[in-house]
Ligand binder design. Sequence first.
Ligand code: HEM
Length: 137
Amino acid sequence: MANIASGIKLLTLLEVKDLAEKEKKCVIVINNRVYDVTKFIDEHPGGEEVLKEQQGRDASSAFEDVGHSSDAREQMKQFEIAELHPDEVKPPVKPRPLVGHNETSGGGGGMSWIKLAIPLLVVTLAIIYFRFTTGKN
Ligand code: HEM
């Protein structure tokens, strides 16, 4: 059912499976969006096998488990052909933190610094507090 509600094409999981099986297209669902990656199979940096394994299916977890970069997410937009039918929409799978990838990792380092700074601040304030209270006696 290629139903067009507000200009957006909607497909059910069964239709996605049919496109893969009958029309031999490498169509996958990632976070409620349908992608036709038939032309991208040969170019996929993660290899063609992983895409072929997922064809006709919801590959959200497989895609997010890998920890794809923001470049990959930008690239995938050009392959989007439809959205999943609202009756079959699921909560999106959260991306995994990109450990080991060469993304700008400034934010991650900042977090561990804060984790150390908070207890240090508490201890320093406690010392100042006790200095003041004992000094008055
Ligand atoms: C439209 C869909 C997809 C696009 C555009 C895409 C794009 C990319 C790109 C650009 C990379 C290089 C690393 C990066 O930049 O993250 C990559 C790596 C990879 N992708 Fe995909 N991908 C797609 C779907 C999938 C799916 C469904 C799987 C399923 C398991 C998958 C598995 C992998 C793996 C295993 C790697 C290698 C990771 C590594 O060596 O660290 N990809 N993909």
